[in-house]
Design a protein around this ligand. Structure first.
Ligand SMILES: [Fe+2]
Ligand SMILES: [Fe+2]
Length: 200
Protein backbone atom coordinates (compact mmCIF):
# COMPACT_ATOMS: atom_id res chain seq x y z
CA UNK A 1 0.00 0.00 0.00
CA UNK A 2 2.75 2.44 1.05
CA UNK A 3 4.81 1.36 -1.95
CA UNK A 4 1.88 2.10 -4.26
CA UNK A 5 1.52 5.59 -2.81
CA UNK A 6 5.24 6.25 -3.22
CA UNK A 7 5.23 5.00 -6.83
CA UNK A 8 2.11 7.04 -7.68
CA UNK A 9 3.57 10.18 -6.07
CA UNK A 10 6.83 9.66 -7.93
CA UNK A 11 4.97 9.30 -11.21
CA UNK A 12 3.01 12.52 -10.62
CA UNK A 13 6.20 14.44 -9.72
CA UNK A 14 8.02 13.06 -12.77
CA UNK A 15 5.22 13.97 -15.18
CA UNK A 16 4.79 17.43 -13.62
CA UNK A 17 8.52 18.12 -13.79
CA UNK A 18 8.65 16.95 -17.40
CA UNK A 19 5.72 19.14 -18.36
CA UNK A 20 7.28 22.14 -16.57
CA UNK A 21 10.48 21.50 -18.51
CA UNK A 22 8.62 21.46 -21.82
CA UNK A 23 6.86 24.72 -20.91
CA UNK A 24 10.16 26.36 -19.95
CA UNK A 25 11.76 25.25 -23.22
CA UNK A 26 8.85 26.54 -25.31
CA UNK A 27 8.80 29.85 -23.47
CA UNK A 28 12.52 30.48 -23.37
CA UNK A 29 14.03 28.86 -26.47
CA UNK A 30 13.74 31.50 -29.21
CA UNK A 31 12.98 29.07 -32.05
CA UNK A 32 10.39 27.08 -30.09
CA UNK A 33 8.83 30.26 -28.72
CA UNK A 34 8.52 31.52 -32.29
CA UNK A 35 6.85 28.24 -33.31
CA UNK A 36 4.32 28.63 -30.50
CA UNK A 37 3.59 32.22 -31.48
CA UNK A 38 3.16 31.29 -35.14
CA UNK A 39 0.78 28.47 -34.16
CA UNK A 40 -1.35 30.79 -32.00
CA UNK A 41 -1.37 33.41 -34.75
CA UNK A 42 -2.44 30.79 -37.30
CA UNK A 43 -5.46 29.85 -35.18
CA UNK A 44 -6.38 33.49 -34.55
CA UNK A 45 -6.38 34.28 -38.28
CA UNK A 46 -8.17 30.98 -38.97
CA UNK A 47 -11.04 32.03 -36.69
CA UNK A 48 -11.17 35.46 -38.36
CA UNK A 49 -11.44 33.77 -41.78
CA UNK A 50 -14.23 31.45 -40.64
CA UNK A 51 -16.21 34.34 -39.11
CA UNK A 52 -15.62 36.45 -42.25
CA UNK A 53 -17.18 33.78 -44.49
CA UNK A 54 -20.10 32.99 -42.18
CA UNK A 55 -20.96 36.70 -42.23
CA UNK A 56 -21.31 36.39 -46.02
CA UNK A 57 -23.80 33.55 -45.53
CA UNK A 58 -25.75 35.50 -42.89
CA UNK A 59 -25.94 38.76 -44.84
CA UNK A 60 -26.95 36.98 -48.06
CA UNK A 61 -29.65 34.99 -46.25
CA UNK A 62 -31.07 38.07 -44.49
CA UNK A 63 -31.61 39.92 -47.77
CA UNK A 64 -34.06 37.21 -48.80
CA UNK A 65 -35.42 36.88 -45.27
CA UNK A 66 -36.26 40.62 -45.10
CA UNK A 67 -37.78 40.57 -48.60
CA UNK A 68 -39.97 37.58 -47.72
CA UNK A 69 -41.25 39.09 -44.46
CA UNK A 70 -44.76 40.55 -44.71
CA UNK A 71 -44.68 42.62 -41.52
CA UNK A 72 -42.84 45.90 -42.39
CA UNK A 73 -41.64 46.44 -38.80
CA UNK A 74 -40.13 42.95 -38.61
CA UNK A 75 -38.60 43.39 -42.09
CA UNK A 76 -36.99 46.66 -40.95
CA UNK A 77 -35.46 44.92 -37.91
CA UNK A 78 -34.09 42.15 -40.11
CA UNK A 79 -32.55 44.78 -42.41
CA UNK A 80 -30.94 46.37 -39.32
CA UNK A 81 -29.45 42.97 -38.44
CA UNK A 82 -28.29 42.66 -42.06
CA UNK A 83 -26.45 46.01 -41.64
CA UNK A 84 -24.78 44.62 -38.49
CA UNK A 85 -23.57 41.54 -40.40
CA UNK A 86 -22.21 43.69 -43.23
CA UNK A 87 -20.37 45.83 -40.68
CA UNK A 88 -18.92 42.69 -39.03
CA UNK A 89 -17.73 41.35 -42.38
CA UNK A 90 -16.19 44.69 -43.38
CA UNK A 91 -14.33 44.92 -40.06
CA UNK A 92 -13.08 41.32 -40.32
CA UNK A 93 -12.00 41.95 -43.92
CA UNK A 94 -9.96 44.95 -42.78
CA UNK A 95 -8.35 42.80 -40.06
CA UNK A 96 -7.45 40.08 -42.57
CA UNK A 97 -5.81 42.75 -44.73
CA UNK A 98 -3.93 44.03 -41.67
CA UNK A 99 -2.61 40.52 -41.03
CA UNK A 100 -1.78 40.05 -44.71
CA UNK A 101 -4.25 37.15 -44.98
CA UNK A 102 -6.88 36.25 -47.57
CA UNK A 103 -10.20 34.44 -47.00
CA UNK A 104 -10.58 30.70 -47.67
CA UNK A 105 -12.05 30.47 -51.19
CA UNK A 106 -13.87 27.22 -50.32
CA UNK A 107 -15.62 28.81 -47.33
CA UNK A 108 -16.55 31.88 -49.37
CA UNK A 109 -18.23 29.67 -51.98
CA UNK A 110 -19.82 27.42 -49.37
CA UNK A 111 -21.44 30.25 -47.40
CA UNK A 112 -22.39 32.13 -50.58
CA UNK A 113 -24.32 28.99 -51.63
CA UNK A 114 -25.80 28.46 -48.14
CA UNK A 115 -26.86 32.11 -47.93
CA UNK A 116 -28.51 32.09 -51.35
CA UNK A 117 -30.34 28.79 -50.73
CA UNK A 118 -31.73 30.21 -47.47
CA UNK A 119 -32.50 33.54 -49.16
CA UNK A 120 -34.68 31.79 -51.75
CA UNK A 121 -36.03 29.31 -49.20
CA UNK A 122 -37.38 32.12 -47.01
CA UNK A 123 -39.97 32.75 -49.76
CA UNK A 124 -41.01 29.07 -49.70
CA UNK A 125 -41.13 27.78 -46.16
CA UNK A 126 -43.00 29.29 -43.23
CA UNK A 127 -42.01 32.49 -41.45
CA UNK A 128 -41.37 30.66 -38.18
CA UNK A 129 -38.94 28.30 -39.95
CA UNK A 130 -36.91 31.24 -41.33
CA UNK A 131 -36.74 32.83 -37.89
CA UNK A 132 -35.86 29.52 -36.22
CA UNK A 133 -33.12 28.83 -38.79
CA UNK A 134 -31.72 32.35 -38.34
CA UNK A 135 -31.64 31.86 -34.56
CA UNK A 136 -29.59 28.67 -35.00
CA UNK A 137 -27.30 30.42 -37.50
CA UNK A 138 -26.75 33.24 -34.97
CA UNK A 139 -25.86 30.69 -32.28
CA UNK A 140 -23.09 29.40 -34.52
CA UNK A 141 -21.97 32.95 -35.32
CA UNK A 142 -21.75 33.88 -31.64
CA UNK A 143 -19.67 30.75 -31.04
CA UNK A 144 -17.27 31.80 -33.83
CA UNK A 145 -16.67 35.11 -32.02
CA UNK A 146 -16.18 33.42 -28.63
CA UNK A 147 -13.40 31.32 -30.18
CA UNK A 148 -11.94 34.27 -32.13
CA UNK A 149 -11.82 36.47 -28.99
CA UNK A 150 -10.11 33.67 -27.05
CA UNK A 151 -7.55 33.32 -29.86
CA UNK A 152 -7.01 37.11 -29.91
CA UNK A 153 -6.20 37.05 -26.18
CA UNK A 154 -3.80 34.14 -26.77
CA UNK A 155 -1.77 36.32 -29.16
CA UNK A 156 -1.89 39.32 -26.82
CA UNK A 157 -4.42 41.40 -28.79
CA UNK A 158 -6.80 42.42 -26.02
CA UNK A 159 -8.03 45.33 -28.14
CA UNK A 160 -9.27 42.94 -30.83
CA UNK A 161 -10.64 40.52 -28.23
CA UNK A 162 -12.83 43.33 -26.85
CA UNK A 163 -14.06 44.11 -30.37
CA UNK A 164 -14.83 40.43 -31.03
CA UNK A 165 -16.64 40.20 -27.68
CA UNK A 166 -18.85 43.10 -28.86
CA UNK A 167 -19.64 41.21 -32.07
CA UNK A 168 -20.46 38.10 -30.02
CA UNK A 169 -22.88 40.13 -27.89
CA UNK A 170 -24.56 41.46 -31.04
CA UNK A 171 -24.94 37.95 -32.48
CA UNK A 172 -26.49 36.82 -29.19
CA UNK A 173 -28.95 39.75 -29.36
CA UNK A 174 -29.78 38.76 -32.96
CA UNK A 175 -30.43 35.21 -31.78
CA UNK A 176 -32.74 36.45 -29.04
CA UNK A 177 -34.70 38.51 -31.59
CA UNK A 178 -35.11 35.59 -34.01
CA UNK A 179 -36.01 33.14 -31.24
CA UNK A 180 -38.70 35.51 -29.96
CA UNK A 181 -39.96 35.91 -33.53
CA UNK A 182 -40.03 32.16 -34.12
CA UNK A 183 -41.80 31.54 -30.81
CA UNK A 184 -44.40 34.20 -31.60
CA UNK A 185 -45.23 32.35 -34.82
CA UNK A 186 -44.93 28.81 -33.48
CA UNK A 187 -44.88 28.28 -29.68
CA UNK A 188 -43.48 24.73 -30.04
CA UNK A 189 -40.10 26.26 -30.98
CA UNK A 190 -39.50 27.01 -27.29
CA UNK A 191 -38.86 23.35 -26.55
CA UNK A 192 -36.38 22.65 -29.36
CA UNK A 193 -34.44 25.90 -29.90
CA UNK A 194 -31.93 25.53 -27.07
CA UNK A 195 -30.29 28.32 -25.04
CA UNK A 196 -30.09 31.94 -26.20
CA UNK A 197 -26.47 32.49 -25.16
CA UNK A 198 -23.47 30.43 -26.27
CA UNK A 199 -22.29 30.64 -22.65
CA UNK A 200 -25.51 29.15 -21.22
FE1 LIG B 1 -22.39 39.07 -37.64
FE1 LIG C 1 -25.98 38.14 -36.45
Amino acid sequence: MVEDVVVATGAVVAVSTGWLGVQLCVNTHPRLATCATVRLMFWFVFHLKVAYSTELGASTAYRGHAAATADPDVAAQIRQILDDELHHRKTLGDLLTEFDAVPYTFLEWLFWCVGNVISVGCHLWGEWASAFGAAQFEFGGAGDYVRAAKAARAVGREDLAVLLDEFQAQETAHRAFFLALARSRFPGVKRVAGPISTEA
